[in-house]
Design a protein around this ligand. Structure first.
Ligand code: ADP
Ligand code: MG
Ligand code: MG
Length: 250
């Protein structure tokens, strides 16, 4: 079974219950959008997927290709092919993009296996071409002095280099102008195919004009209350979230 499956997931932070039984199946090869009003657990889901220790999983399972990943450390999940693009990308002073990419690729290799220079360079050239970025950019320090658009483009660069099997993107569109949004979408779309699955989490429909999802799920009160095709995103865009809140009894 090549899929990301979330089974009856209950999550809390401190005394606060945030996810109340999320069920979701994303077959490899499909990108599903997660939408929903603010403060209803979308980012919490992303953080639990990547293994953020701040969130307590009360019950439920997350199966990656049939394997429960909840007991795995974040780096082990990454080696299994899971990739999270962060809502607020970090700055790492003194590390260039090129160094960071080399280290990140190396971290995914089995012990004793090296990232070859040619492999690295060919992938990098291809990725920079997709992202319409000059080669000199990789000598810049990671995220230092980057605009919002550059940070996002850098996330997609990491994604293209690491070739994950499942991606989790959380609010990748926030604060982006249309040109930056199109570049980000171009990068993601260039990876789409039977070897890529994942979740595109977004409050707004706008990103989904450029990355058309295979399915759309709506989270309210920490549960998936409605699922549908791309037309569901359009409906939420024109009609807002009130009707799904009612469905959820909120
Ligand atoms: P969304 O991404 O849908 O906007 P979040 O998952 O970020 O929602 O948050 C869901 C709820 O959980 C909110 O009420 C938020 O304040 C709360 N929450 C999320 N993370 C934490 C945290 N680390 N500590 C306390 N409360 C949190
Ligand atoms: Mg939020
Ligand atoms: Mg969020």
């Amino acid at each position: 079974t090549h899929q990301l499956e979330i089974r009856d997931l209950h999550v809390s932070v401190g005394d606060k219950k945030i996810l109340n039984g999320v069920n979701l199946i994303v077959p490899k090869g499909e990108l599903h959008a997660i939408m929903g009003p603010n403060g209803n657990g979308k980012s919490t889901l992303a953080k639990v997927l990547i293994g953020d220790p701040e969130y307590t999983v009360e019950s439920g399972e997350i199966l990656l290709d049939g394997e429960n990943i909840l007991e795995m450390e974040p780096d082990e999940r990454a080696r299994k092919g899971l990739f999270l693009a962060f809502q607020y990308p970090v700055e790492i002073p003194g590390v260039t993009i090129a160094n960071f990419l080399r280290l990140a690729m190396q971290a995914r290799k089995a012990e004793g296996e090296e990232v070859g220079f040619m492999e690295f360079y060919q992938k990098l050239t291809h990725a920079l071409e997709v992202l319409e970025w000059p080669e000199s950019v990789v000598e810049r320090y990671l995220n230092e002095g980057f605009s919002g658009g550059e940070k996002k483009r850098n996330e997609i660069l990491q994604m293209l280099m690491l070739e994950p099997e499942y991606i989790i993107m959380d609010e990748t569109d926030s604060g982006l102008d249309v040109d930056a949004l199109k570049i980000v979408a171009k990068g993601v779309n260039s990876m789409r195919g039977e070897n890529l699955g994942g979740l595109i989490i977004t409050h707004y429909q706008r990103l989904l004009d450029y990355i058309v999802p295979d399915k759309v799920h709506v989270i309210v009160n920490g549960r998936v209350v409605e699922s549908g095709g791309p037309e569901l995103a359009k409906k939420l865009d024109t009609e807002g979230y009130d009707w799904v809140k009612e469905l959820a009894g909120a």
